[in-house]
Design a protein around this ligand. Structure first.
Ligand code: NAD
Length: 246
């Protein structure tokens, strides 16, 4: 499905990013895995990806750092020769009610979730625009569509990412590069494993499908959006939330 294409996945060492990297590799794409701290986990994803017979490399980069991102993007292009697909997946939460939210917690979440996606789009677009079938996929959240108590910073970052998605779609359309966002609901990853059991139980009753999603279910949607089958879809936000906000 993605044979001969090169994909960059931020936050690719675990959770949804890992599932995306492995799904893309299984479908023939060469993969650059961006990780922030856990090199061993990133190397494991690289090894898993390589087992599908493609080329994979791991790159350490704090996505919120503009100049670090620039250097890493140039390095990836040098080593792979071309870049067709970018998945802006790296993200963090620092939840708290607005009345007491610390300035640092607001800034950190915006810097990783929103500015991080800007940084990678900004520095990789020049290469992706050369691809005849370029794709940018941003991992937003239903919190960015509906808002969520305790997630003022996170919701704002994910809503901002939707604006970035729609603008990228418009700016890059003339070069046949599409840009879409995925808005997951509650997915079983390290990010949600820290939620109290009571909240997790409430989540399950609020979701019509009566369960959390799996990273592979988000990866399947990313794979479709990255494929030729999605060539006429751009500027869209697609929810994958078990019906929670249908
Ligand atoms: P996760 O915590 O398992 O993964 C997040 C990844 O981002 C990690 O690999 C982490 O190292 C990386 N990362 C964080 N800060 C970084 C930085 N400064 N530079 C580079 N990498 C950094 O969580 P996940 O659930 O797999 O989340 C993936 C994406 O999906 C995030 O953007 C998240 O907001 C989004 N999302 C998750 C859920 C969910 O329920 N899990 C729901 C909606 C959206």
């Amino acid at each position: 499905m993605l044979k001969g294409k090169t994909a960059v996945v931020t936050g690719g060492s675990r959770g949804i990013g890992k599932a995306v990297a492995l799904a893309f590799a299984e479908n023939g794409a060469d993969i650059a895995v961006i990780f922030s701290g856990n090199e061993a986990a990133a190397n494991e994803v690289v090894a898993g990806a390589e087992s599908f017979g493609i080329k994979a490399r791991a790159y350490q980069c704090d996505v919120s750092d503009f100049s670090q991102t620039k250097d890493v993007c140039a390095k990836i292009f040098k080593e792979f020769g071309k870049i067709d697909i970018l998945v802006n997946n790296a993200g963090i939460t620092k939840d708290g009610l607005l009345l007491s939210m610390k300035e640092d917690d607001f800034d950190a979440v915006i810097n990783v979730n929103l500015k991080g996606a800007f940084n990678f789009t900004r520095h990789l677009a020049r290469y992706i625009l050369k691809s005849p079938v370029g794709r940018i996929i941003n991992i937003s959240s239903v919190s960015g569509i509906a808002g969520n108590v305790g997630q003022g910073n996170y919701s704002a970052s994910k809503a901002g990412l939707i604006g970035l998605t729609k603008t990228s779609a418009k700016e890059f359309a003339s070069r046949n590069v599409t840009c879409n966002a995925i808005a997951p609901g509650f997915i079983e990853t390290d990010m949600t494993s820290v939620l109290p059991e009571e909240i997790l139980q409430n989540v399950k009753t609020a979701v019509p499908l009566k369960r959390m999603g799996k990273p592979e279910e988000i990866a399947a949607l990313a794979l479709f959006l990255a494929s030729d089958a999605a060539s006429y879809i751009t500027g869209e936000v697609i929810k994958a939330d078990g019906g929670m906000y249908a």
